[in-house]
Design a binder for this molecule. Structure first.
Ligand code: MN
Length: 153
């Protein structure tokens, strides 16, 4: 097991999506999760791998200028310590210690640009819950992405 950090940003780009980032050394391995994480172990969420990001990118909350589509608004939807339990070529398992996301999760590669994010069945699991709908705001500032997009418009 190795100690790490995670951040989940909510990003209004071409489509609204979540960016899950896990720290490995000096980079953030990253996946775009269109529908966001879930605490319900029965829910499987598509996670599309994207390029590694800098540690600095994981600190960003604001509006990216000059996006072709979408407002460019980004909020830090959740963040905190993470423990990496397994790191294999097509599979990662980790425990998150965030404000919204806690307990174990698995990321498993199912295709060339397709991974699946699933909550582990553990004490932190909340079957039937919808953490994305229930807790939309930034854990740093309490703002929603719409607050940022609207302020910018
Ligand atoms: Mn993004």
């Amino acid at each position: 097991m190795s100690a790490s950090r995670f951040v989940v940003q909510l990003h209004d780009a071409t489509t609204l999506h979540f960016d899950l980032r896990l720290r490995f050394g000096e980079v953030l391995r990253s996946w775009a999760v269109p529908r966001g994480p879930s605490l319900d172990p029965a829910v499987r969420r598509l996670a599309v791998p994207v390029e590694d990001h800098t540690l600095e990118a994981g600190e960003f909350e604001g509006v990216h200028e000059g996006q072709a589509r979408g407002s460019g608004a980004v909020i830090i939807w959740d963040e905190g310590p993470a423990d990496i339990l397994r790191d294999e070529p097509g599979h990662l398992s980790f425990v998150l210690h965030g404000r919204k996301l806690t307990g174990g999760f698995g990321l498993t590669r199912t295709g060339p640009r397709r991974w699946i994010l699933v909550k582990t069945r553990d004490d932190a699991a909340q079957p039937g819950s919808d953490i994305v709908a229930g807790h939309p705001a930034s854990v740093r500032t309490g703002r929603t992405w719409q607050d940022l997009a609207g302020r910018h418009a």
